[in-house]
Design a protein around this ligand. Structure first.
Ligand SMILES: NC(=O)c1ccc[n+]([C@@H]2O[C@H](COP(=O)([O-])OP(=O)(O)OC[C@H]3O[C@@H](n4cnc5c(N)ncnc54)[C@H](O)[C@@H]3O)[C@@H](O)[C@H]2O)c1
Length: 421
């Protein structure tokens, strides 16, 4: 059963580049998104996200007729689901549970157009068991078709989990070069998925089962989270002991088998700050270290905010004629990591917001990768690096964007959570 038409459900940071890669290999691609703006933008041959080189590929794919975007699923031979998998809101201190409602709604969308011979691949990062849940939802909606949980190798519709591990900012290259983990619900599901990805993937496509594939992705991100937590904990310890953590780490990393990551203001983004919770919520008794790492990283923004409070007090002590209203604070960087525009789950954004809420003076933000500030930041002004350098009394480095590494403020108290000044 050859795959001629591919439908990608969810045209965001993962789905759109994936759709564009298939289209660039002259496959007919139907992209589906519930966001009208995204659909309209893509159909004009443009992109609604920031990702180097993607605009050219999407433009070529749309103008040559290989890619179109729609609001509602249409029949296709393969469906790739790349919708968000956040966690559900919960009380502070509780373990968040994964929110599978976007996946469920994607399944409800594709179920009516599914046919015998189709392949459904869940690409969204998912808790263990989600792929089986996808197959169960589809089977419930389409009792006329058989699925691998019952029909195994002979199923009418094949289902697999193939998690995505690309790095934002390098997605176009990594989609092609990275190895892929392919977790089919049966051997046939895996083989068909490998064949599909081999349309453009040059890395190895390594076959496993769906549950292991789900856990593999969660493991990768939990491993990063634990390692960052180690660095963040060191930074707090070193601060207490009056040791320069950056120097300490560079010394320790001279050991041939040590590679400590860099500390920062916390951990953000759609993935590393979220995915470990999918393990913790499933196995709370067993996931002790992973849970602690989450707590260490989630506590770091508050630690930075405490540093800002201390800096305000120090400034006022050194300038007794001034009040807090006279103190200007500049926050450098809002994205969740360097050199991207993605503000999701960003500790820099939450720190800036909290500073603005608690501080009665002026707060400005410098974020070279965006043109307007999110409404959640209220009255904060977006300013240039030069303006902030020469006007702020307290300079708070939050994200080591390349623009910030070129120079450093000549005035004000520095709180450098990234160790670049
Ligand atoms: N961004 C990354 O770097 C990255 C890396 C690896 C894995 N992932 C995973 O990939 C998945 C997608 O992430 P993303 O960053 O592309 O998210 P995103 O928010 O950028 O894009 C998701 C898109 O899905 C659309 N959508 C939501 N519900 C839909 C539905 N029912 N039907 C059609 N479209 C729908 C949204 O409008 C949005 O455009 C997540 O599970 C994420 O954890 C992301």
């Amino acid at each position: 059963m050859s795959v001629e038409t591919i439908s990608v459900i969810g045209l965001g940071y993962i789905g759109l580049p994936t759709a564009a890669m298939f289209a660039s290999r002259k496959k007919k691609v139907i992209g589906v998104d519930v966001n009208q703006h995204a659909v309209d933008t893509i159909n004009q041959g443009k992109i609604h996200i920031v990702e180097p080189d993607l605009d050219m590929i999407v433009h070529a794919a749309v103008s040559e007729g290989y890619l179109k975007a729609v609001l509602k699923p249409e029949p296709a031979d393969a469906f790739l689901i790349a919708v968000p998998t956040p966690f559900l809101p919960c009380d502070e201190g509780d373990v968040p549970e994964p929110d599978l409602s976007y996946i469920k709604s994607a399944c409800e969308g594709i179920a009516p157009v599914l046919k015998k011979g189709d392949l459904v691949i869940l690409e969204s990062t998912s808790p263990v068991g989600a792929t089986e849940q996808v197959a169960a939802w589809l089977a419930e909606a389409r009792t006329d078709l058989t699925f691998p949980q019952v029909a195994g190798e002979n199923a009418d519709v094949n289902v697999a989990h193939c998690p995505e591990r690309v790095l934002p900012g390098h997605v176009v290259r990594e989609l092609v070069e990275n190895d892929r983990v392919i977790g089919g619900m049966s051997s046939r599901c895996s083989e068909r998925s490998v064949e599909l990805y081999k349309t453009f993937v040059q890395g190895d496509c390594v076959i496993t089962n769906a549950r292991t594939a789900e856990m593999a992705k969660l493991t990768e991100n939990s491993c990063r989270d634990v390692q960052i937590a180690f660095a963040n904990e060191l930074s707090v310890i070193c601060d207490k002991l009056d040791i320069n953590v950056w120097e300490l780490i560079s010394l320790a990393n001279r050991h041939p088998r040590i590679n400590i990551l860099q500390p920062g203001p916390g951990v953000g983004g759609h993935c590393i700050a979220v995915d470990p919770w999918f393990i913790v919520s499933k196995t709370p008794e067993q996931a002790q270290l992973i849970h602690t790492a989450r707590k260490v990283n989630d506590a770091k923004p508050e630690w930075v905010i405490d540093k800002v409070k201390l800096a305000i007090a120090d400034f006022l002590q050194a300038n007794p004629t001034k009040t807090a209203k006279d103190v200007t604070i500049a926050c450098y960087g809002l994205a969740f990591k360097p050199d991207i525009d993605d503000l999701r789950e960003s500790p820099a954004l939450s720190i800036t917001k909290r500073i603005a809420e608690m501080h009665s003076g002026t707060v400005v933000a410098v974020e070279p990768n965006i043109e307007t500030l999110p409404l959640s930041l209220g009255h904060i002004e977006l300013v240039t690096t030069e303006f902030a350098f020469s006007n702020a009394n307290i300079q708070v480095m939050l994200v080591d964007h390349k623009q910030f590494k070129e120079s450093q403020p000549q005035q004000g108290l520095l709180i450098d959570s990234k160790g670049i000044w």
